[in-house]
Design a protein around this ligand. Structure first.
Ligand code: NAD
Ligand code: UGA
Length: 456
């Protein structure tokens, strides 16, 4: 039996530890956080995040071998293995502001581990970190005067929100990086021994520390790059009457390209793609690789351009003004099946339309509370309406911003009837039946497709 601790009870900490607890009943797992409200929520029936399948895993493990607590110091002292999954946002101040990772939470945690340890421990980097962070961590942890030894292991998390439980139950791979030393390799093996309880051994890959840290940044950069690539093509489709769905299908059938992650959209969002690419860009600049930095920065610029293009398209199609016009935004979450609105394109588009003085009504099945909090001051100008029919009533336009399947099942005849005419629909996720909507009377604008309009 090992005492496993996870510091940081967020999307990653809470979900990953629940799955480990499910498959490793022999281990005792505690998840701690400084945020008392978050811990209280993990202990209640109203979990702090919406994630399909998570409730069930928590119900099966909590109070048996999975525990949530705010007593960080006590649990550090008791732990054999410590996973650290605190947040690593983009730095907003000083050197590297706007690009580099803000490692203050991470370093505070390392020092806290040091202060409260009386036995050697394995410290696992679960958070996404700049390559070579483990070097500084090793230095901080092993520069103690009490002779304790700490092994640092990198075990980045590849799960996506909305499919987190499925991704962790059947991961494409688990990556574990460690130092070449005998003690480093022993630590790697201890982490392999956890995952091998449910993940086939050939899917658990071990590398050196730096490859593991960099692979996480590279994987997110490659995924985001595919979205920016298809979004760049969507812009060209709109000028040439090509259909981006058909183009994505045609290129995705090439087994070297593959069909996944080619859905043109209002752009990628979420707490990680932008932050991790900026981090990669900063690292490249730091090492004097300016051309490489420019290359990756373009992925973000294209993403921003896609959102700007979408808003410009709304304004120009609606006779060059949306001032005073009610526009219903369908979706607040950065993707379907999550309540997370961090860096959501829906919020960026909402802000841009508010600048144009539109009257905004936002609807979403799970993310309205987070949207209200994330929008800050701007939230005062937005109406949050859980019912999409009520949101669309008397609106000049509906814009689909999150690909909730819920939005595909609505009665669009009824929505059309309740709207101001001419009625517009902007499908930023290409999830609706555009021909059908056009036949109902809507002026339909999708991403990367010729518009279907009734206007002269
Ligand atoms: P999060 O903000 O949801 O959770 C982080 C938690 O850490 C917060 O609850 C915060 O209160 C806590 N924390 C910060 N400092 C602490 C301290 N000193 N002691 C105790 N708790 C502390 O973040 P997240 O989405 O879970 O992401 C965590 C890390 O995992 C990030 O590096 C992220 O890039 C990475 N990651 C996230 C995802 C995802 O889907 N969200 C997927 C893979 C990797
Ligand atoms: C992403 C990665 O997929 C995970 O592997 C990684 O662990 C995680 O980031 C992380 O490090 O945080 P996540 O951001 O949760 O996961 O969700 P994705 O499914 O990757 O979607 C990201 C964004 O891209 C969403 O806004 C989504 O709507 C958009 N997207 C995705 C597209 O616009 N088109 C696509 O084809 C796919």
């Amino acid at each position: 039996m090992a005492n496993i601790l996870c510091i940081g009870a967020g999307y990653v900490g809470g979900s990953t530890m629940a799955v480990i607890a499910k498959h490793c009943p022999q281990h005792r797992i505690v998840v701690v956080d400084i945020n008392e409200a978050r811990i209280a929520a993990w202990q209640s029936d109203q979990l702090p995040i919406y994630e399909p399948g998570l409730d069930e895993v928590i119900r099966g493990t909590r109070g048996k071998n999975l525990f949530f607590s705010t007593e960080v110091n006590r649990h550090i002292a008791e732990a054999d293995i410590i996973f650290v999954s605190v947040n690593t946002p983009t730095k907003t101040f000083g050197q590297g502001a706007g690009k580099a990772a803000d490692l203050q939470y991470w370093e505070k945690t390392a020092r806290q581990i040091l202060e409260n340890s009386t036995s050697p421990k394995i410290v696992v980097e679960k958070s996404t970190l700049p390559v070579r962070t483990a070097e500084s961590m090793e230095y901080i942890l092993n520069s103690n005067s009490n002779g304790l030894h700490f092994d640092i292991v990198s075990n980045p998390e590849f799960m996506a929100e909305g499919t987190a439980i499925r991704d962790m139950e059947k991961p494409d791979r688990v990556l574990i990086g460690g130092l070449e030393s005998p003690s480093g390799q022993k630590a790697v093996q201890a982490i392999v021994d956890i995952y091998v309880q449910w993940v086939p051994r050939e899917r658990i890959i071990t590398t050196n520390l730096w490859s593991s840290e960099l692979s996480k940044l590279a994987a997110n950069a490659f995924l985001a790059q595919r979205i920016s690539s298809i979004n760049a093509i969507s812009a060209l489709c709109e000028k040439t009457e090509a259909d981006v769905g058909e183009v994505a299908h045609a290129i995705g059938l090439d087994s070297r390209i593959g069909p996944h992650f080619l859905r043109a959209s209002v752009g990628f969002g979420g707490s990680c793609f932008r932050k991790d690419i900026l981090n990669l860009v900063y690292l490249c600049e730091y090492y004097g690789l300016d051309k490489v930095a420019d290359y990756w920065e373009q992925v973000i610029k294209m993403n921003e351009h896609q959102q700007t293009r979408f808003v410009s398209n709304i304004v120009s199609s609606m006779f060059n003004t949306v001032a005073g016009k009610r526009i219903a935004l369908f979706g607040a979450a950065f993707k379907a099946n999550t309540s997370d609105t961090r860096d959501s394109p829906a919020l960026a588009i909402c802000r841009a339309l508010l600048e144009e003085r539109a009257e905004i009504v936002m609807t979403d099945p799970h993310a309205l509370d987070n949207a209200r909090a994330n929008l800050g001051e701007a939230a005062k100008q937005v109406t949050f309406e859980p019912d999409p029919y009520a949101a669309a009533k008397d609106a000049y336009a509906v814009a689909i911003l999150t690909e909730w399947s819920h939005f595909t099942k609505l009665d669009y005849e009824a929505i059309y009837t309740s709207m101001i005419k001419p009625a517009f629909i902007f499908d930023g996720r290409n999830i609706l039946d555009h021909e059908k909507l056009h036949a109902m009377g809507f002026n339909v604008y999708a991403i990367g497709k010729p518009p279907l309009i009734h206007l002269p």
